[in-house]
Design a protein around this ligand. Structure first.
Ligand code: HEC
Ligand code: HEC
Length: 422
């Protein structure tokens, strides 16, 4: 009796499970979305989770609660910055507590502006430690290479320690003041214990503060290099993996990129001949420094409009005497940025002077053609003409259709390709 009753029970359960699994075939739209999210969800390791929490935490600014790394490196714009958003705290309604002027972000302190545009924090991990390779400087981070990577062995970890303390960014008075905020938060302490095996954040000696502050850098680095930030999920990547076909225009843009347009001179990963095909995981940057003759951004809010010396400015203050002596040849040179996600960005070049990819490509094509410019305004003079590259760009002779093809190819580098060509 009991036996058969148990069997009936089991049969009933099996039956209802069957019904449940059948009903999955007719999923509600919300379930479908949740399902898709679960499938594409990237699992972060504990150190990447710690880095993520830090990256998005607006408590880590002074005044508290107004700015995180993500304010100036927002996922929706390819982990870079914005163009124009009202400044001085008026922007709170839009979800942004600090504003933007012509591509330059306001710091946590109201009205504090640098004069450079944020690069993408994604794919920055691909830049090696800065070195002089006998011909040119290669690697490091920031437009001028000053996050060399020579101290921590990683430019990215070193870079991450800067913004918390910069008066133009998150504005903390000391590493200890940043650590204290982590220490007073249970969720940080829990992650810290999982990652570093220590339940507390020791701030008792200068050495302990130093070690723990560097750990912040390594955690942020781990997040920035994770598959959530540096996704390699663009149409270009799918094409390289044989999972997507480029349109005729995109394919022509790629051909031009590597030939008449000469973009491959600088936007191709180092290693071997620049005429070789692209590599899987292509960085679209040689990580070297070039002066491509960018004019001033007339709306730059960063105070004076004195020319930006770029790499020369860093070399002149370097503690390496050989490097200091090389400053003169490097005025106006900036590190080639990755082109990944560049179509998501709102402003372009170190000072944010350009606001569309069409404008950028037209500049490369016609910088040196008399009478050329954009929207009826002639191209402005380069900040430093003596060190400007006059061979690889400036008068490429591309037709309007060819310029458009190069732009179409740049758009294949945006992450989040779903198999549907937009
Ligand atoms: C107020 C805006 C602002 C905030 C906040 C900010 N950044 Fe930046 N970031 C910039 C600017 C501007 C640059 C370029 C500065 C330069 O080159 O001199 C930059 C450069 C970088 C770079 C270098 C990328 C490259 O290719 O060289 C990385 C990585 C980065 N930021 C990550 C971070 C992290 C991590 C945080 C938080 C700890 C952060 N940023 C906070 C504006 C900001
Ligand atoms: C001589 C080297 C060189 C060549 C050739 C070159 N670039 Fe660049 N590119 C750079 C450097 C360096 C920068 C940053 C310059 C600056 O801000 O002063 C840059 C910036 C850019 C940017 C802006 C990225 C950003 O995040 O602001 C885009 C887009 C771009 N290049 C696309 C191209 C295309 C398309 C071509 C070919 C038509 C090309 N580049 C040719 C070196 C080069």
């Amino acid at each position: 009796m009991l036996h058969s009753r148990a069997q009936q029970f089991l049969t009933a359960i099996t039956f209802s499970l069957l019904i449940a699994s059948c009903s999955k075939d007719v999923m509600e739209p919300q379930d479908q979305i949740d399902n898709a999210r679960a499938r594409t969800k990237t699992t972060l390791t504990p150190i990447q989770q710690l880095g993520k929490q830090i990256f998005f935490d607006a408590r880590l600014s002074e005044p508290m609660g107004v700015q995180a790394c993500a304010s100036c490196h927002a996922p929706e714009v390819g982990f870079s910055g914005f163009s124009d958003i009202p400044t001085g705290g008026a922007a709170a309604a839009s979800g942004f507590k600090r504003g933007w002027v012509a591509g330059i972000g306001e710091g946590a302190a109201v009205g504090a502006f640098g004069k450079r545009k944020p690069q993408s924090a994604a794919y920055a991990f691909q830049s090696p430690v800065l070195e002089f390779d006998g011909q040119e400087f290669v690697g490091g981070l920031f437009w001028d290479g000053r996050a060399t990577g020579l101290t921590l062995g990683s430019p990215l970890a070193e870079q991450a320690l800067g913004p918390f303390l910069s008066v133009k960014e998150q504005n903390h008075p000391s590493p200890a003041s940043v650590l204290a905020k982590l220490k007073s938060n249970r969720s940080y302490l829990a992650l810290w214990k999982t990652v570093y095996g220590i339940a507390d954040i020791d701030m008792n000696t200068p050495e302990a503060i130093n070690t723990n502050y560097e750990r912040i850098g390594f955690a942020v680095e781990a997040y920035e290099a994770s598959s959530e930030v540096s996704q390699f999920s663009s149409k270009f990547d799918a094409y390289m993996a044989g999972r997507a076909t480029l349109t005729a225009e995109e394919a022509e843009g790629m051909r031009l990129f590597n030939n008449e347009a000469g973009c491959n001179d600088c936007h191709k990963q180092l290693g071997g001949n620049r005429n070789r095909p692209f590599v899987v995981g292509e960085s679209f940057a040689d990580f070297a420094y070039h002066n491509i003759g960018i004019p001033q951004n007339p709306n730059n809010p960063g105070g004076n409009l004195a020319p930006d010396p770029g790499l020369a400015g860093f070399l002149a203050t370097s503690d390496n005497p050989t490097w200091r002596a090389m400053a003169d040849q490097n005025f106006g040179k900036f590190r080639t940025p990755t082109l990944r996600n560049v179509a998501k960005a709102k402003r372009f070049m170190h000072n944010g002077v350009f606001s569309s990819l069409e404008q950028v490509v037209h500049f490369y094509n016609t910088r040196d053609v008399p009478g050329e410019g954009w929207n009826g305004v002639p191209w402005g003079a380069p900040e430093y003409s003596a060190t400007m590259d006059t061979e690889a760009l400036g008068n490429l002779g591309l037709s309007p259709a060819q310029e458009a093809a190069v732009v179409a190819f740049l758009k294949t580098m945006s992450d989040g390709y779903t198999g549907v060509t937009q």
